[in-house]
Design a protein around this ligand. Structure first.
Ligand code: GCW
Length: 698
């Protein structure tokens, strides 16, 4: 079935539209002086949304512009149309004199992507400097209508906080998706670029409706065929994808293989300082821009997890990134360079090497060395997207370098879209974290929006959670993470709860009962997941490779080397400066001392920073071992409640969506018991300390 396909663009009928005073605000027409494809997309979205919400299709008037109209003559139609009843006027100020009249002076604040909405004399006006601003305004109006806002006296001015709002696909040309949990790729099949344009357009609509403006379309691990995406073999098809995304204001990027000059170009080296290598990349850039004039740039994973990079040639990452930056510079392209560079073969005897330190150690010394069109993409957390990690200390630490924070929407370590885990509260905590980069008003959100260090470029990147499943995300409620990511990238001040509520209202319609239940479940889910998995920030304890399900020692004795160091006396990783890896010392201001100190370190990160005996008493008053038992029993119990809370909505949400989610809640509840029992048993047998409450531990 098509269960959940329309996601938050479902446009349910407005329940009050037939009865209330808002009757007078039915939208009889939509008018614009713009003939641009993006404004057309805005108009068609408004027509569809209004048509569905008010069960009445508005008339559409697109008239020649006063600025650029043929013969310089103005079409009389707009005035006639706008004069009759109520309607929506949408477009750019340049092409719509009426919008200039309505908005007057404040339009300057909108920037390139912002918009203003105002109701005046029966017309709802959506004005922007650019077509994409108008599109964002249209989606905003639809969101207001779908969430029950009163549309009669609108005064809205919005502009995005962040310049870059990127989605990273980890899709492979064979149709698989690295860490994908919602079916195969919508971009590729059987070693070919193979897509349904309508599906790609619907993805673009979903992304644009939340404000996403860039997408890299292939896995950062660029394999053999994907390495050729930068050549004529693939560019024509990629240009077709770019054409679809462009209409929705989304620029296309490619993940590249740093060794492509060798593997694709047949050169003897990929040394970034080699003249032939430089020329090869310049030629590729020229070919790409001939096919895709607004190409966004390259996303690069180099010298990471066995991928090639500049280290092979004794060069640094600034040299590698700048070489690519020079190739893209004249075309306006970016190099998005990932900082996920670490030694993945750490030996357990070596207590100084620390993956958490690696990004900072590699990149901090390079501050100021990167070209202006390079932006560093910093993974959060510093280890790898665990349910609980401290914020990457590299964020904010480089004053003269563009930074983007990288999140993972796909739930690699957070239940793989079989468990409910609403990640927006986690991302909010990261964004609000005070870095002390420049005094005490330097939270991560101000670092990445560029304001703390006065950087022109910055923003968000995240790994997508969608696939070819009809509902995009596998777990129907995992759509909330995709939605929430875009909304936060646009405005990091929105609360996790407000985002959840917006999402629920748009997705399921106006029922208060459904909204309250869904919002409550989403808001509790991260804490529930954290409770029954790895305790107190220590992370991992998952099965190696696929990363699903409990395996306490799965990585402990693996050469990949992510450790918890549990033995009969205690558990945790000593990352202090005094006796550990020194990681705590990478933080600025009071953060370094807070994490260094056993007394000050927050409970939830205790085992990330300290190795402690099982009897160590937390700030909560409980011992570490009792905390482990209590949270695991409690977390598993609360997954059963989740199932019941969802079951209370039977008949109130579409049956196929209801069933799909219910099956997952059952699986989560079963699986949470397995987590509970394995973790509790492991620590009971290691420590020999019994549960104070004498519950069943195997
Ligand atoms: O989280 C790890 C994943 C890898 C991934 C890597 C990365 C794309 O387990 O699958 O590779 O991070 O971010 O590069």
């Amino acid at each position: 079935g098509q269960a959940g396909y329309r996601a938050w663009l479902a446009y349910h009928p407005r329940v009050d539209s037939a009865t209330s005073k808002e009757d007078s605000l039915r939208y009889g027409w939509i008018a614009s002086g713009d003939r641009d494809d993006t404004v057309r997309a805005a108009i068609s979205e408004l027509a569809e949304g209004i048509g569905a919400m008010y069960s009445e299709l508005p008339e559409i008037h697109v008239f020649p512009t006063d600025a650029a109209g043929e013969n310089g003559a103005r079409d009389p139609e707009p005035d006639t149309a706008i004069g009759v009843g109520t309607g929506i006027l949408v477009g750019t100020f340049a092409a719509n004199e009426r919008l200039r009249d309505i908005f007057g002076v404040e339009v300057a604040e909108l920037g390139r992507e912002g918009f203003a909405i105002r109701t005046r004399e029966g017309a709802t006006a959506i004005g922007a400097h650019t077509p994409v601003g108008a599109l964002y305004g249209a989606f905003h109006l639809l969101r207001l209508l779908a969430t029950g806002a009163d549309p009669s006296g609108l005064e809205v001015i919005e502009r995005p906080a962040n310049k870059l709002r990127m989605m990273n696909q980890w899709d492979n040309i064979d149709g698989s998706i690295e860490r994908g949990y919602a079916g195969p790729s919508i971009f590729y099949k059987n070693d070919a670029i193979d897509f349904d344009p309508a599906r790609i357009r619907d993805y673009a609509r979903l992304l644009a409706s939340t404000g996403i403006n860039a997408i890299s379309i292939n896995n950062v691990n660029a394999h053999r065929l994907e390495s050729r995406f930068v050549t004529e073999d693939y560019l024509p098809r990629i240009a077709e994808l770019a054409d679809i995304f462009r209409v929705y204001g989304i620029r296309l990027l490619l993940s590249i293989n740093f060794a492509a000059p060798i593997e694709v170009g047949g050169l003897p080296t990929a040394d970034p300082l080699d003249a032939d290598v430089k020329r090869w990349w310049r030629d590729r850039a020229a070919d790409i821009y001939a096919a895709i004039p607004d190409f966004g740039g390259f996303l690069v994973k180099a010298d990471s997890e066995n991928r090639p990079g500049p280290f092979t040639y004794g060069r640094g990452h600034a040299e590698g990134a700048n070489m690519l930056a020079e190739a893209l510079e004249e075309h306006g392209g970016l190099v998005v360079w990932r900082c996920f560079v670490y030694n993945c073969k750490q030996d357990w005897r070596d207590r100084k090497t620390d993956r958490a330190r690696a990004a900072y150690d590699h990149f901090l010394p390079l501050d100021g060395a990167f070209h202006d069109n390079v932006v560093l993409q910093i993974k959060n957390g510093p280890m790898d997207f665990q349910v609980r990690e401290p914020v990457s200390p590299l964020l904010g630490a480089m004053e003269r370098t563009n930074q983007v924070v990288e999140f993972q929407i796909t739930q690699e370590y957070t239940g793989q879209q079989r468990h409910l885990c609403y990640l927006v509260p986690q991302w909010k905590a990261v964004l609000d974290f005070e870095t002390y980069a420049k005094g005490n008003a330097s939270p991560v959100k101000r670092v990445v929006d560029g304001s703390v260090h006065d950087r022109a470029l910055g923003g968000f990147a995240a790994v997508s959670n969608i696939g070819a499943d009809a509902n995009w995300t596998g777990h129907p409620l995992a759509q909330a993470n995709l939605y929430g990511y875009g909304r936060l990238a646009w405005n990091p001040e929105l609360s996790a709860e407000a985002i959840a509520e917006e999402w629920a209202l748009q997705t399921f319609g106006a029922s208060r009962q459904v909204t309250d239940a869904v919002v409550g479940m989403l808001m509790d889910s991260l804490d529930i997941y954290e409770s029954y998995t790895a305790p107190l920030g220590v992370g991992w304890m998952v099965n190696p490779n696929h990363h699903y399900g409990p395996n306490v020692d799965g990585y402990e004795y693996d050469k990949w080397g992510t450790y918890h160091f549990a033995d009969r006396d205690g558990v945790g990783v000593d990352r202090t400066v005094l006796t550990g890896t020194g990681y705590a010392g990478q933080y600025m201001g009071p953060n370094a001392g807070m994490y260094e100190s056993l007394a000050e370190c927050p409970d939830e990160l205790l085992l990330f920073f300290h190795h402690v005996p099982y009897g160590h008493r937390l700030k909560s008053g409980r011992t570490v071992i009792q905390h482990i038992y209590d949270t695991h029993f409690d977390g598993a119990r609360r997954t059963e409640e989740l199932t019941r809370r969802w079951a209370s909505l039977e008949g109130l949400v579409a049956a196929d969506v209801y069933d799909a989610a219910l099956a997952r809640f059952h699986e989560q509840a079963e699986h949470a018991k397995e987590w509970r029992d394995r973790i509790n048993t492991y620590f009971y047998r290691k420590s020999g300390v019994p549960d104070e409450q004498k519950r069943a531990i195997y």
